[in-house]
Design a protein around this ligand. Structure first.
Ligand code: XMP
Length: 321
């Protein structure tokens, strides 16, 4: 890997922002660029730096892929509107579910999401706007883990031999490739992004599809979305690095209303980590675990079993897919 990391302690955020603004302006010239905002710290920072560089020559989209958390698309669009950045919501739910139909293999699911995102959705947007550049918030860890063959991160292209210009018809600009998450949070603070953004727990690009084992259908995403809301509700005060719900593929036998039931399983994970490279499970109090089990089985239809992951990363990874 030829990219040199800029470590947190070496980072001068003002200087970094000024350099990236300059770099983006000179690459794009007087043309147009587009970018996708998800509300995560990486894409939020790229959106703000991109707008500083290009103003309204950067068109920012929120891609509603049907895989986001409850209320997330509308909330993020309105938050950025308040920051003076217009964001267009694109409904691409059908495209993503069509691409994911019938797939169960984790890497195939990731590949399908990458293709839907870059070829189907962005290919069309680039044609519609005649933009020649896509700005995105790929970070140092994304590249490192993909190159090491650990997991194909949804936003990695050139490092795995995909030439976006040749395949999708546009060039990709990645201003954050030298930074890890903690450094990106510092840049976000300097950019005056709200704490909800600069301290936002990581959320994967493939969104809730990274938390559905087996086929990703609208119905199964709805279940994991409901469980996610409960987990985030109960664990946001834990100050953990990341907390999530996973829908399993296997069903298990249980009892409901005095009768045998064959129901769904949700796994809860809560991680202590600093950079997502390594992690260990948070030692949650038993009262919290009990409440999670009670709420998930009562509020998510069909769930009869809730488990807590007690494994470290490695050998586990943070997400399930
Ligand atoms: P894993 O599951 O590989 O996750 O231990 C490490 C960190 O990265 C997030 N993650 C992703 N982020 N695109 C992203 O932008 C992806 O494809 C992706 N997969 C995992 C994950 O949530 C964790 O913080």
């Amino acid at each position: 890997m030829e990219i040199t990391e800029i470590k947190l302690k070496e980072l001068d955020t003002e200087k970094f922002i000024a350099e990236k603004v300059e770099e983006i302006s000179s690459i794009v010239g007087d043309g147009l660029a587009i970018n996708a905002l998800s509300g995560g710290v990486d894409s939020s920072v790229v959106t703000m730096i991109g707008h500083k560089a290009l103003g309204n020559r950067l068109i920012t989209y929120f891609i509603e892929n049907g895989l986001m958390r409850e209320g997330e698309p509308e909330h993020i669009v309105s938050l950025f509107k308040d920051l003076g950045v217009p964001v267009e919501l694109v409904d691409a739910q059908k495209t993503f579910f069509k691409a994911l139909k019938g797939l169960t293999d984790p890497e195939k699911k990731r590949e399908a999401i990458t293709r839907a995102f870059y070829k189907d959705v962005f290919g069309k947007l680039v044609k519609k706007t005649s933009a020649k550049y896509l700005l995105q918030g790929t970070n140092y860890t994304d590249i490192e883990e993909t190159v090491a063959g650990i997991k194909r991160q949804h936003n990695i292209l050139e490092q795995i031999g995909i030439d976006p210009k040749a395949i999708y018809g546009y060039e990709v600009i990645e201003p954050l490739v030298q930074l890890r998450k903690s450094a990106i949070r510092k840049v976000a603070k300097t950019l005056n992004l709200p704490e909800e953004i600069y301290n936002r727990p990581p959320f994967p690009g493939p969104a809730l599809a990274a938390r559905v084992i087996g086929e990703v259908t609208p119905e199964r995403v709805k279940l994991v979305r409901q469980a996610t809301r409960i987990v985030e509700d109960e664990l946001s005060s834990s100050r953990a690095f990341q907390y999530l719900a996973i829908l399993h593929e296997d069903r298990v036998t249980g009892i409901r209303d005095g009768r045998r039931d064959f129901g769904l399983q949700i796994e809860v994970r809560c991680w202590e980590s600093t950079d997502a490279k390594r992690g260990s499970p948070t030692m949650l109090p038993s009262k919290v675990l009990e409440r999670l089990a009670e709420r998930i089985t009562a509020e998510v239809p069909g769930v009869i079993s809730v488990t807590y992951n007690i494994t470290k990363k490695p050998p586990s990874t943070i997400e399930a897919v």
